[in-house]
Design a protein around this ligand. Structure first.
Ligand code: FAD
Ligand code: DHB
Length: 392
């Protein structure tokens, strides 16, 4: 058995674990991160692309801001299309705020580099990670690495291990309540090194299903189409994908879109999920370990960052001011923000997609929701506030 000792043991080296680790390290609080997979594997995952202003502020606080401000693309609005119409929510003029388009992969890479520069320990490719005795004053984490058993004794455990990780699963079912909604479709997404068709993101509600144009840079595009839950990437050649996307976009956008070979193609299921509470004495659930939102509106990564904000402030207060007020309030504060993003992602998903069960009545409601949005400054302001992210 190899023994380690630290103040905060972090399970998961995704954005939430890495950001929490970096903020703790910068405040002089020891932490060890472990992850099931390798660094290269984590960096190969293509996920979120839109950062809220509060997220960018948190990344600035973690000292990884410079590349984001240099390479990120500031967006003051987004376009939505429905019933042959093309409308825009202008966040900048409505509420003087923007979002930043900068990939999760880049955020993760920046955080990994920052962590390496501080020499804070990360142990990759561990097996059987398990939070233990987190209801006692002596919590610890066990895992195996290269067949050798390890144990990390700590003050607190941060479960930053995603939806499938062991942290939430180690909580007795009588102590946790979960809320879940599955959507009857997924998103087929591709990445291609072609210039984005427009500077801003376009969400299209079409009778053939949802289509979306996003990007990672001025030379790299990220496009999505709604697909059936049981669909498979092998069913979609690049040509078939481009043809289908074109059919779902406004005509001028479809005609001007540059196509090319994709270098990543995957299908993501759409789900809303929340686990309550997010604290179990010395164990905290953070990010996807506690909640999942459908990707419409790009809230997943941003919610992970706001959780980290509340937890980091609580732990900092605990170590620097000897107060438990922050960690005691963590679950309630985080969940209050989480539910609002869950609501927004559900609303945006519901009004932009075609459900297999959509009736003519449902269709009319969807169209009038989007028509109201296009005509009411109050409705646009509410959408803009949610899209750029509610305050922490
Ligand atoms: P994760 O990024 O999931 O990180 C968890 C980490 O824990 C991983 O590195 C994992 O290897 C590790 N781990 C898991 N199990 C163990 C174990 N047993 N032991 C040790 N470590 C473990 N959000 C958006 O906003 N927009 C998008 O377009 C978008 N697209 C997505 C596409 C996909 C396919 C997925 C899965 C998610 C997407 N998301 C998107 C959501 C967003 O990526 C997540 O909200 C974000 O990654 C959450 O960060 P996290 O650190 O909490 O969890
Ligand atoms: C992206 C994903 C989203 O869900 C969204 O609303 C905007 C952009 C993206 O992956 O680029």
């Amino acid at each position: 058995m190899t023994n380690h000792k630290t103040q905060v043991a972090i399970i998961g080296s995704g954005p939430s674990g890495l950001l929490l680790g970096q903020l703790l390290t910068l405040s002089g609080i020891d932490n060890i991160i472990i992850d099931r997979v390798s660094k290269d594997y984590i960096l190969s995952r293509v996920r979120a692309g839109v950062l809220e202003e509060g997220t960018v502020e948190m990344l600035d606080k973690a000292n990884i801001g410079p590349r984001i401000h240099e390479e990120g693309m500031l967006h003051g609005g987004f376009t939505y299309a429905f019933s042959g119409r093309v409308e825009r929510v202008d966040m900048r003029s409505l509420i003087n705020k923007n979002v930043m388009v900068y990939g999760q992969t880049e955020v993760t890479q920046d955080l990994m580099e920052a962590r390496e520069a501080t020499n804070a320990p990360t142990i990759y490719e561990v097996e059987d990670a398990c939070p233990v005795d987190f209801d006692s004053d002596k919590p610890y984490v066990t895992f195996k690495k290269d067949g050798v058993a390890h144990r990390i004794d700590c003050d607190f455990i941060a479960g930053c291990d995603g939806y499938h990780g062991p942290s939430r699963q180690s909580v007795p079912s009588s102590a946790i309540k979960t809320y879940e909604k599955e959507y009857p479709f997924g998103w087929l997404g591709i990445l291609a090194d072609v210039p984005p068709v427009r500077h801003e993101i376009i969400y299209a509600n079409n009778e053939r299903g949802f289509g979306m144009c996003s990007m990672r840079s001025t030379t790299r595009s990220r496009y999505y189409i709604q697909c059936a839950n049981d669909d498979h990437v092998d069913n979609w050649s690049d040509d078939q994908f481009w043809d289908e996307l074109r059919r779902r976009l406004p005509q001028d956008v479809a005609e001007e879109m540059t196509t090319g070979p994709s270098f990543e193609k995957s299908i993501a299921p759409l789900r809303s999920f929340v686990a309550e509470p997010m604290r179990f004495n010395k164990l905290f659930l953070v990010g996807d370990a506690a909640h999942i939102v459908p990707p419409t509106g790009a809230k997943g990564l941003n919610l992970a960052v706001s959780d980290v904000h509340y937890l980091f402030e609580g732990l900092r207060e605990y170590y620097q001011e000897k107060s438990t007020a922050g960690i005691d309030a963590y679950s309630q504060k985080a969940l209050s923000r989480v539910w609002k993003a869950v609501r927004f992602s559900w609303w945006f998903t519901t009004c932009m997609h075609r459900f297999p069960t959509t009736t003519e009545f449902d269709q009319k409601i969807q169209e009038s929701d989007l028509d109201y949005l296009s005509k009411s400054v109050a409705a646009q302001t509410a959408v803009a506030e949610n899209y750029v992210g509610l305050p922490f």
